[in-house]
Design a protein around this ligand. Structure first.
Ligand code: FE2
Length: 205
């Protein structure tokens, strides 16, 4: 694996109701995931070279790699879809699909928000299953527990407290989610859906 780099082009600013200070702090954490993923990759290679793959330390580092790497990638999906001023009508095929599968676009959103408000830290993610064509919402514990192999993330909602503690306090998750909804970049969601539906791999950047 070559060195992974911070994707500066994905950093949002000027959001509606979410301050640049909040984003700057959050961005710093994303950069930490990139740094740690690179460090862990190097460390794992060194441990393999030293014949230490059977050790408890290697097993722990392997698990930590999944945490850091998922943290890095999920933040890229998250930041890439933040932009103020778009509407869900700019994701017409996605909107029609969730309306058909959930009864209405509002019902889909309510289901995603019910996952996002559940009592844990992690992520609420709307996925597309290319095998069945189903769209469904899942809760991801931490960064790595609950991601479904091969499913494509369409809408990625960070509900770690660090995502809102600068602008809101510990009980502020509902206020954060209300603001987040005003900043979903719906054309990006539509592009993700269109790519997934046609069997293409959506590029994060
Ligand atoms: Fe985060």
């Amino acid at each position: 694996m070559s060195e992974y780099t911070v994707r500066e082009e994905l950093k949002p600013s000027g959001l509606d109701g979410i301050s640049d200070d909040q984003i700057n702090d959050h961005w710093g954490l994303y950069k930490g995931y990139v740094t740690q993923s690179n460090a862990l990759h190097k460390e794992l290679e060194e441990m393999r070279a030293a014949g230490k793959t059977g050790t408890l330390a290697y097993a722990d580092r392997r698990r930590r790699f999944g945490f850091e790497y998922n943290g890095m990638v999920l933040h890229e999906y998250y930041f890439a879809q933040l932009k103020p001023g778009t509407t869900m009508d700019q994701a017409p095929h996605f909107k029609a699909a969730v309306a058909e599968q959930f009864g209405s676009a509002d019902a889909w959103h309510e289901d995603l928000m019910s996952a996002a408000k559940s009592r844990a830290i992690g992520w609420a993610i709307c996925y597309y299953d290319g095998t069945t064509g189903q769209i469904n919402n899942h809760f991801i514990q931490l960064h790595e527990d609950g991601n479904i192999g091969g499913f494509v993330p369409l809408v990625v909602v960070d509900v770690w407290e660090h995502a809102y503690m600068v602008d809101w306090k510990a009980l502020g998750r509902p206020d954060y989610l209300a603001s987040l909804h005003k900043n979903i970049n719906w054309p990006v969601v539509e592009a993700r859906y269109q790519a997934a539906k046609s069997g293409q791999i959506f590029k994060r950047f």
